[in-house]
Design a protein around this ligand. Sequence first.
Ligand code: ZN
Length: 360
Amino acid sequence: MPINKRKILLRGLKATGGLRLLESTSAWSGLLVLNYHRIGTVGDSLFDRALWSASQETFDRQVRLLARSCEVVGLDELPDVVRGLESGRRSLASQDRFAMITFDDGYLDNFEQAFPVLKSNGVSGVFFVTTGFVDETPLAWWDEISWMVRSSRCESIRCESIRCESIDASVWSGGRVVIDRPDCDVAIRSLLQHYYGLDASRTVEFLDFLAEATGAGRAPRSLSDGLWMNWDQVRQMRAEGMSFGAHTVTHPVLARLSPEQQSFEICESKLRLERELGEPITALSYPVGRRDAFDQRTQTALSHHGIEWAFSYYGGFLTRDLARRRQVDRLDIPRVAVESDTSSADFRSYVALPQVFSRH
Ligand SMILES: [Zn+2]
């Protein structure tokens, strides 16, 4: 169903009390995987505000609803859950309705804000960590692009504004991007889209181009202090029931890399986590996660390095019917995005009727 029709349907359900009725009669079976990035209050951050999925209070409400409606599982239970769905055996306790709460990237607020909520509700969360961010604590490219745009004094970004000859202006074919103050969201999204499409060998050049074109320069190193979790925190969370998967070393769009580079990103992040946690790592989530962010070469590399489960990020959920037909692609487990503009009604609709509302 197209997104506009879903919105109209949701508005109608809310107005007529239909959403409440749906919640009480909802009948689905399968695995609904939700994906978050950051938890907390966005305030006037110069970073990418779209990454704040929910405040801590909202996240707590969402976790409570999930715990009431489904059996919340982590990576440790995943193989049994999928095998159970495939076998067609019905689990009376959970009515075969499972949910997984996942986080990408490894921001410190995952430890400070999300972890206490998960613990207090007695459920497990799954954290996909970009290992190079934990080790090197850089500013992520999306946060740096946002910072450059929000720090800029220019009206717009365009190629002609560059005078520095060391930068090849062909990294930018986006014409003129007007900086839409005060939010700057349209400009930031448009520049991020441009970044996604670049060959990996051009991405540093593009950041240098933006540093010039915005007049902001590259972000100072100190901006990323205290942005990421550290390994002690990761180990503590694991010891208290959370589970971990890889999310590459540097968070590239894997499909834009050579097979050798893809292999390095996958293998190194898995090995790094294994060294820190002292256990096998068999799951990964694709950076960016859209259908075009990974390809067959990515999945070949995953299988080669012993990754058995990989999670995408373009909506949908794993239905019991699909599982019974043995059509679960373990290297493309669908996830539903929880984002800054996800309303309470949106979230309730994902949980009550994912068949309709979990698709992007
Ligand atoms: Zn990510």
